[in-house]
Write a protein that binds this ligand. Sequence first.
Ligand code: NAD
Length: 353
Amino acid sequence: MIKVVVIGVGNCASSLAQGIHFYNHNRAPFGLMHAQIGGFQPGDIQIVGAIDVDHRKVGKDLAVALKSEPNCTEIFAELPDFGFNVVKGPVLDGVAEHMKQRFVVDDAQKVVNVEDYLRESGADFAICYLPVGSDEAAKFYADAAIKAGVGFINAIPVFICSTPEWDERFAKAGLVCAGDDIKSQFGATFLNRLLVEHMIERGFSIDDLYQLNVGGNTDFENMIDESRLSSKRISKTSAVKTLFNEFNSEKEPCLRIGPSDFVPHLKDTKICYINVRGKQFGNVPFELELKLTVHDSPNSAGVMIDVIRMLKVAKDRGMKGTVQPVSSYGFKHPAINETETDVRKHLEEFLVG
Ligand SMILES: NC(=O)c1ccc[n+]([C@@H]2O[C@H](COP(=O)([O-])OP(=O)(O)OC[C@H]3O[C@@H](n4cnc5c(N)ncnc54)[C@H](O)[C@@H]3O)[C@@H](O)[C@H]2O)c1
């Protein structure tokens, strides 16, 4: 078994937990990118602990907590009880001022010693699913994971695993990590990267590009505050921008990429609009207009279910620090941002060993 603790019992954690259960009971590989990785099936992942701060989740069995408000993602698998309750972590900067009505904290609930909790859980990895902008909290949990001897997977755009300092800290502790900011299975970032990569490869030049994203879950609501979303904008923009350097494109186009608005009635549906304008053969102009509608959280779980198994393979091989091919495959802001073609090539080499 591969044991994980989720930090943040929100929509992404819900989709991951449901996915583990769903694929454990449905052997057909539809919806998965890898049915088996290093001999591990999705059902070999076990969630052994969960940390949150919302009083509607803390003290409840994880199965109950995952369905509690304000979670709003699709329920595609009915989860039996996990047999353990969600514990409370320190709030730090996890709850923005404008989110206090959404993530409701009860100060009377006792905060757990996170380091001890992670150590005693026996987990291979802690998965950071905190709200965007939780800089202090994400680093607190990463530090606790190192002290507890637990690997770390950072699904959020706080730059940890992509930095040399944290890479070195995890390596020194003999632990693996991967991050930052999970890249969805077929989401705005992946699609935008594919478009740019293939347009440039086929001789088109790009003058300007925008990628606007709207959604109705708490992730989008949290990012209404521009100061909280700055890291998300950097992460999403760099995922596309770095391709122009990779291809030695003569000029960098005008880019505007990021979360754009919170539309409550969309709930966990995310809509992405991409517009690309530039020049084709003979310097003749072209324009591409594209709309993608997806369920946000299952889209991220489809990648997480792979990342967990890949990181376990790395751990069993005795690797240490940030695992690069896994980070480039599964995250928007890895230390090295390659083209999707190179990502696939290096991942296959890693999986073969
Ligand atoms: N496709 C995707 O959904 C996707 C893709 C990339 C990145 N992400 C990132 O993953 C993260 C999680 O997304 P989500 O949709 O599950 O968010 P969410 O808003 O549904 O859940 C966040 C959870 O964190 C809890 N929390 C807040 N402060 C905390 C603290 N200090 N300690 C422990 N828990 C705390 C909240 O109570 C809430 O339950 C976000 O940062 C999001 O940007 C998601």
